[in-house]
Design a protein around this ligand. Structure first.
Ligand code: PLP
Length: 399
């Protein structure tokens, strides 16, 4: 081994050792694998689910669906919430309700879960990938603004891509790992460029931007209640909006576009069966009752990670951006350059020690179905892809 390799190996192993020691301090020793994020049923979940079974109201309509939608609207401060079968369906409905047409382009972060890009594909649009910024990991508003100045122009009420001739209809932003993106800047940018702003808030239930719950700034927003999210309905999602007309439209589309009549089956367009079953909504009602305390405990855990990671060289803990209050859905370590070369060593050491740890998603433009999509230069997303490590984040780990 030449001396440079020896130094790299030493630095690598020291960094991995230091990170494992810090995580051990926060979580204690792991007798069995500690999961990245586990659901927690410590409230009235069993009581509400049993009620569905006892009364027979387990399927696609019922009082828990109505209550869950009201509770979600009240919690987030949005005028309306429409429950859906999952978060991906919620995103799909956001894009349809926003009027995205086949052949349009939709701006989507390269650094996101694949559902954000897939939703654009479902409506026949082309995802157009944009870069991230390092404070929130969300879409980089100034970078996107200067990119659009190069490639796009506003024609009447449309933003037109001068290279492809397509209308760029929407900007979908995502609140990565629960940290709110810079919504004021992104909202201003969307207005300037005549883009409909949509929030993928699948990871940010319980997160606030300058006192407003995430999902309130975009015209529409999507939530997810998958088993790994902050609260779960087994599977489920919701569309949030402050526009009652749009919420009626989403309700209609997700319930097979059936027109109301006492007995006739009349459907006035091609709709979807994207309803959330009552038994899942029952689980959600019980989970929402405990959401504030779960977020509190997740924030306690995040603070412990932050204190223990702060003194280490070569790595930083991703804290909530200034002016925001994050749910810390997943706690995130970011390796400094050049320590990112040690990412897999650190991941192996953490997983070997019983702390389930994961890198971030593969960037969207590297997936086979999206390699030919338009994109801006993605230097920040590329660096984050190489340097992010998520560590166990369940609320109960703070107890
Ligand atoms: C979980 C998630 C979704 C999709 O939600 P499902 O309920 O799993 O369909 C969409 N976007 C992001 C960013 C997510 O994390």
């Amino acid at each position: 081994m030449n001396p440079l390799d020896a130094t790299a190996a030493m630095t690598g192993s020291t960094l991995a050792g230091n990170i494992v020691a810090a995580v051990t301090d926060v979580l204690g020793h792991a007798p069995t694998m500690i999961a990245l994020h586990e659901p927690e049923f410590a409230g009235r979940e069993w009581e509400y689910v049993k009620d569905c079974i006892d009364t027979g109201w387990v399927s696609s309509v019922g009082a828990y669906v109505d209550r869950f939608e009201r509770d979600l609207a009240a919690f987030t401060g949005c005028a309306r919430a429409v429950a859906t079968s999952n978060g991906t369906a919620a995103l799909h409905m956001c894009l349809l309700a926003a009027g995205v047409q086949a052949g349009d382009e939709v701006l989507v972060p390269a650094l996101t879960f694949v559902a954000t890009a897939n939703a654009a594909s479902y409506v026949g649009a082309v995802p157009h990938f944009v870069d991230s910024e390092t404070r929130s990991l969300g879409v980089d508003a100034p970078g996107l603004d200067s990119y659009l100045s190069d490639i796009a122009e506003v024609v009447g009420d449309d933003c037109v891509n001068r290279r492809t001739g397509a209308v760029i209809r929407c900007l979908v932003v995502m609140h990565v790992f629960g940290h709110p993106a810079d919504l004021d800047a992104l909202d201003a940018l969307a207005q300037r460029w005549k883009l409909t702003l949509i929030e993928d808030a699948a990871e940010s239930l319980g997160s606030y931007y300058h006192g407003r719950h995430t999902g309130n700034v975009g015209r529409l927003a999507a939530l997810s209640f998958n088993g790994n999210k902050v609260v779960t309905t087994g599977g489920g999602g919701a569309v949030l909006t402050n526009d009652p007309e749009l919420s009626r439209r989403v309700k209609h589309l997700t319930t097979t576009a059936r027109t109301s009549h006492r007995w006739n089956f009349l459907h006035d367009e091609v709709g979807y069966n994207f309803r959330l079953p009552n038994i899942n909504a029952a689980l959600g009602c019980a989970q929402l009752e405990r959401l504030p305390s779960m977020v509190e405990r997740k924030r306690v855990l995040a603070n412990r990670y932050r204190e223990r990671i702060a003194p280490l060289a070569g790595v930083r803990f991703l804290h909530e951006p200034h002016g925001t209050r994050s749910n810390f859905w997943l706690n995130t370590l970011i390796l400094d350059t050049p320590a990112e070369a040690e990412r897999d060593t650190v991941l192996a050491a953490l997983n070997d020690a019983g702390y389930m740890s994961r890198p971030v998603w593969t960037l969207m433009h590297k997936l086979p179905m999206y390699t030919n999509c338009p994109r801006m230069p993605l230097p920040v997303a590329e660096r984050l892809e190489a340097s992010v490590i998520n560590v166990p984040s369940s609320a109960k780990l703070s107890d």
